[in-house]
Design a protein around this ligand. Structure first.
Ligand SMILES: *Cc1c(COP(=O)(O)O)cnc(C)c1O
Length: 499
């Protein structure tokens, strides 16, 4: 399996090379040349533990990794109680006639742990083979959860330095504290005075800064990415779609081959794109429901084909979805264009290139093809609060992001009348966003300045749930990272770290 760039101008590479590079040299994102098919052997994938399923799926994509290398990665990453607090890694829970795929039982309690617990294995294996001795600098822009998950997974890894850039006022108190207390000599955290899009644009600019890359090359250094622009983040996420489906089949809720709907709280479009990949591989998915918060650019896009970023940016209670420029959408557009049949990869790349130029110069583009695999919906803050309370009244506590999905589900079922099994991808522990969750289910307003732990305790008392390990005791850890800068000074801050 080779990987080609969405901009059509980079030479094709092996998986390991794509993972090391993070972003393609033509500025595009790497995508698999084709999709392996699992439709005919779905039955063999039922009843497998998570690590074994991950091996079966990933070997189809990571064909330049040996079986032993992949086994060591999947066994190392998906292990209980080392990296996950739940033996099944990603349990499926039923509530109110819906299924919730809980992806938040990893070390940092958000779904990012699933891919980021395996990425260090995939990256270091590839580095040893492709570029022995090179020092990798992982540069990450985060809307809150990726940052901590990446810090946690790369802390202490030889030959790797990790730098996380986050919007100073755009993450929850808990997310910030998780990052600022990160230990490990190879970890760096920088707050910027701006939003996530500023952080992500800055990081992409640094990746494409030729002068800087040349200077680094002389020091045997190179950048890589732990954001979902890295194909090594995306591929491991396919696994849990198959795993959710397998759990429904195991419980005899569906027969192999029956269609299901997946509902995904979406920001950068990485999670839901992995669902699209699963569908392309033959997993019987009817619709992928793309749930946005008040930043509803994807809702407008999927319904009209016009992606218009000239709009207000909202700071919401689901901060990991406060995004106007969804990086991974570029991959979807490429695949849809490629499926049109009358275009080759270079022509598709040219189309994507022109759309991205439009986005940069005009802030918008028009995509000419339909996107029928998706249903789009969004939640206002009020609707998110209602969804939190509704789920709580079904005796199931969800986080603010998952609540956006829950709201989309009600709208979808009302609008489409679908009664297929509906799986909501549950992306974070409610304790990560305890103040908003507690406020919504108790009907009391959030008291400003009360600090994150006040609410984790209240939430635990009210729901009878335990505060997850990694979040407990965080208030006793010391703050280790205090850098803050303007977006325009990001490059200088990073150059300082590189020396
Ligand atoms: C990252 C994140 C999302 C959005 O996922 P994307 O892959 O960026 O679309 C949703 N919920 C939570 C809790 C997240 O951390």
């Amino acid at each position: 399996m080779n990987y080609i760039s969405t901009r059509g101008r980079a030479t094709k590479v092996r998986a390991g090379q794509a993972i090391i590079q993070g972003i393609a040299p033509d500025g595009g994102l790497y995508v698999p040349e084709s999709f392996p098919n699992i439709a005919n052997n779905l039955g063999d994938l039922i009843n497998l533990p998570y690590n074994e399923l991950a091996f079966e799926i990933l070997k189809l994509y990571l064909t330049d990794y040996s079986s032993a290398e992949l086994k060591s990665a999947t066994n190392g990453a998906y292990s209980y109680p080392n990296n996950f607090y739940e033996p099944s890694i990603a349990p499926l829970k039923e509530s109110g006639g819906l299924y919730f795929l809980e992806l938040f039982h990893g070390r940092t309690h958000a779904f990012k742990d699933i891919a980021l617990s395996i990425l260090p294995y995939l990256l270091t294996t590839a580095l040893n083979k492709e570029r022995p001795g090179e020092k990798t600098i992982i540069l990450v822009a985060t809307s809150g959860d990726t940052g901590k998950a990446a810090l946690e997974s790369f802390a202490g890894i030889d030959g790797v330095t990790i730098v996380v850039v986050y919007p100073e006022d755009g993450v929850s108190d808990m997310q910030k504290l998780q990052m600022l207390t990160q230990e490990g000599d190879n970890t760096h955290v920088i707050g910027i005075r701006g939003n996530f899009d500023d952080a992500q644009t800055g990081v992409k600019g640094i990746f494409n800064n030729e002068a800087l890359k040349e200077a680094m090359k002389k020091n045997n250094q190179a950048f890589s990415s732990a954001n979902s622009i890295n194909i090594g983040r995306l591929l491991p996420q396919i696994v849990y779609y198959v795993y959710a489906y397998a759990q429904l089949a195991e419980k005899n809720i569906i027969k192999i081959g029956d269609p299901v709907d997946f509902n995904v709280p979406t920001g950068n479009f990485g999670n839901i794109l992995a669902g699209y990949y699963a569908k392309k591989m033959g997993l019987p998915i009817n619709k992928l429901i793309c749930a946005s918060n008040q930043n509803n650019i994807l809702f407008d896009f999927l319904r009209t084909g016009t992606y218009d970023s000239n709009r207000r940016f909202y700071t919401t209670m689901s901060p990991s979805m406060d995004i106007l420029i969804s990086s991974n959408l570029e991959r979807l557009l490429f695949h849809i264009a490629a499926d049109k049949g009358d275009t080759n990869h270079v022509q598709c790349g040219d189309l994507i290139n022109s759309l991205m130029v439009d986005l940069q110069t005009k802030g918008e583009y028009n995509f000419p093809y339909p996107m029928g695999d998706f249903y789009a919906s969004y939640a206002t803050e009020e609707e998110t609060r209602t969804a939190l309370a509704d789920s709580y009244s079904n005796a199931y506590v969800i986080d603010t992001h998952t609540a956006v999905g829950f709201n989309a589900c009600k709208k979808y079922q009302m609008e489409k009348g679908s009664n297929l099994p509906h799986i909501v991808v549950s992306t974070a522990s409610p304790f990560k966003f305890a103040s908003d969750v507690y406020a919504a289910i108790s009907g009391k307003p959030v008291e400003e300045g009360s600090g994150p732990f006040y609410y984790t305790n209240l939430l635990a008392d009210k729901t009878g749930l335990e505060i997850p390990n990694g979040l407990r005791g965080l208030d006793e850890k010391s703050i280790r990272h205090t850098s803050i800068c303007d977006p325009c000074d990001m490059l200088a801050s990073i150059e300082k770290i590189l020396q």
